[in-house]
Ligand binder design. Sequence first.
Ligand SMILES: N[C@@H](CCC[C@H](N)C(=O)O)C(=O)O
Length: 293
Amino acid sequence: MGFTLQFTKGHGTGNDFVLYTDPEGDHPLTTAQIVAVCDRHFGVGADGVIRAVRSRNIDEGAAALAEDDGAEWFMDYHNADGSIAEMCGNGIRVYARYLIEQGLVELESGDTLAIGTRAGVRDVQRATNGFQVDLGRWKLEGGEPLVRAKELKVARPGLGINVGNPHVVVALADEAELESADLHYIPLIEPEPMDGANVEFVVPYDPLIKDGVARISMRVHERGSGETLSCGTGVAAAALATRHWAGSAAPNAWRVDVPGGTLGVRMFATQDGEHVGLSGPADLVYTGTLELG
Ligand SMILES: N[C@@H](CCC[C@H](N)C(=O)O)C(=O)O
């Protein structure tokens, strides 16, 4: 049956999303519809689709409400190929802004908005440069698989990191190598993680630390979306991996440059272990309607 999608286009450092509101959970898109919407030639064009649904109206929302009964809204995130992702660091910051501008929530500076995701409840706040999210506890996961991207002559060891969704971070020699890597193709990961992974390629600046902030540049191939201009959870994973390699001298404040802009990462201690936070711009660009078959 046909459906008129009233959507908003948004992005966080060029990582772009189509957002729409479905409070009662009546209008999940099919895989084919998501692929059509995200198509950059025949659709709106986006790296993913975010459905704003009340947590009580989506199956996975029950776990979110059990964790925090204030998590009224759930971020139902799908990659451009229609696959589900547990978490999206840029998406959730753009989603917070969307909920505010749609009049669905209020968020004063200093207040926290709890949002349900498949990775658990995540807390979002306004920040000087946009919005920030506490991505929660992170963990090393998946060991050190070998990664091969087109144009990289040899397979490189990566580091598996989970920040709610899976990542493999690979250090490259220099900016020239980062620029020449062809990330259009899915990088080969050996051994292949069961559910795939997002792959980040990073190069530290020289010197790594300036004014107490560590700095790296990064490009990413996202699971389910291909190369994107930015990936928030990937940026956090890249900073965590580089800190892991740099050893104890590395700080907990990081600046990560991606093709679409710059994001901030901060690691901080909490009662339940170390969390990682992400901050940066979250923009809404335009609204539109699309007839879906
Ligand atoms: N762009 C996102 C991550 C989106 C999900 C990812 N492709 C996956 O499949 O895990 C971000 O900003 O974190």
